[in-house]
Write a protein that binds this ligand. Structure first.
Ligand SMILES: *[C@@H]1O[C@H](CO)[C@@H](O)[C@H](O)[C@H]1NC(C)=O
Ligand SMILES: *[C@@H]1O[C@H](CO)[C@@H](O)[C@H](O)[C@H]1NC(C)=O
Ligand SMILES: *[C@@H]1O[C@H](CO)[C@@H](O)[C@H](O)[C@H]1NC(C)=O
Length: 328
């Protein structure tokens, strides 16, 4: 379950203006790590901690310089303290529910700029995947999403030191982190042009030809991929889209398959059209139907038969002439 949650973290489709996300999970009694922490700016992972791994979070290459390291240590101190807050949250909540094992507590904090340039921040928590409490930074109030969360809301709002810490972070610290990270990660966030290729799965038995358009290596994450059919119109029927997946090197990939309709298999060509912010125009790769192998074989058989027949006929005529001559 946690793996799925982590994957979904990485698939946030965030449009500019930028935002910073913190995701933390604390578990109890599961086979998963006791603690997982993730900090992202837009779709770039900055900080990843997993308590099952031997080591602390690793400084990304692009932060590995004196100013970056100094900044990293500030982030690290904050997140290390946060593990304690998260461990407490999963413990007191499961105690409250009289739960014994296999539970997890998640927190998601975000700060960023709205399109009008003002800043916004929020934080929400979930217990076992369901909304639990949230914190409204502007009014500095906690809200319980379910009645069983009231005890936790009270616990947090009566702790004034905790309240001040949260408000300072979400009103200014988080935005300062975001500004710094945007500045440091310029090269990481450079646009990368997608590579587009097609591969075809030949029909097995009655199945139809399936052509897949594989778009990979692009950044940022947002991309548009369409299959165009007759007259360049986008296809809807027979199109099957995968999800945008991280390649692990800061770039993304997407696959979109087209099942070629039987009746169009030998005549219609189809194009995979890719639009991405790293390129001014588009990338178009066209699939044209290969002549059906059976048709090709049939043609060869017909040609060979005709040649054979003509040869036989020719020899026959020559023989008849020879016979005729010898009789005259
Ligand atoms: C956490 O780290 C351990 C040890 O490196 C690894 O086996 C495990 O897959 C990691 N789990 C997650 C959710 O990252
Ligand atoms: C947990 O157990 C206590 C004592 O038996 C009980 O008062 C309380 O209502 C239980 N909590 C839940 C959420 O069921
Ligand atoms: C894709 O690019 C080609 C060549 O530049 C252009 O003719 C075509 O109109 C473009 N298609 C779309 C849908 O933008």
């Amino acid at each position: 379950m946690i793996t799925t949650i982590l994957i979904s973290f990485m698939q946030f489709s965030i449009v500019a203006p930028h935002s910073l996300h913190r995701h933390c999970i604390a578990t109890q009694g599961t086979l998963y790590p006791k603690n997982i922490q993730l900090v992202m700016i837009d779709d770039v992972i900055v900080y990843y901690y997993n308590s099952s791994a031997e080591q602390e979070a690793v400084v990304p290459e692009w932060l590995n310089h004196p100013e970056g390291i100094e900044f990293w240590q500030e982030v690290h101190r904050n997140l290390k303290f946060n593990r304690y807050v998260m461990d407490t949250a999963v413990r007191v909540t499961s105690e409250h529910y009289n739960h014994s094992h296999d539970h997890f507590y998640q927190a998601h904090g975000r700060c960023g700029w709205k399109s009008d340039g003002t800043t916004e921040a929020f934080m929400s928590h979930a217990y076992d995947g369901k909304d639990f409490v949230s914190f409204d930074v502007s009014t500095r109030t906690w809200t319980a999403a379910v009645s069983h969360a009231v005890f936790y809301k009270r616990k947090r709002e009566t702790d004034l030191e905790d309240l001040v810490r949260l408000v300072i972070h979400y009103e200014s610290g988080c935005i300062r982190w975001l500004e710094k990270l945007l500045e440091f990660s310029v090269t990481v966030r450079e646009p990368k042009v997608p590579a587009v290729s097609l591969f075809e799965r030949p029909p097995h038995g009655n199945s139809k030809v399936e052509v897949t358009c594989h778009v990979t290596g692009f950044y940022p994450r947002a991309v548009q991929v369409d299959w165009l059919g007759a007259e360049g119109l986008p296809m809807v029927d027979g199109v099957n889209s995968g999800e945008v997946l991280p390649n692990g090197d800061g770039s993304y990939q997407l696959r979109k398959s087209l099942t070629v309709p039987q009746e169009a298999q030998d005549t219609q060509s189809y194009s995979c059209l890719v639009l991405h912010s790293s390129i001014a125009g588009n990338i178009t790769v066209t699939w044209a139907p290969k002549k059906n192998l059976a048709n090709v074989l049939m043609a060869i058989v017909i040609i060979v038969s005709v040649v054979l027949m003509l040869t036989v006929l020719f020899k026959y005529l020559v023989w008849r002439r020879a016979v005729g001559k010898s009789q005259s």
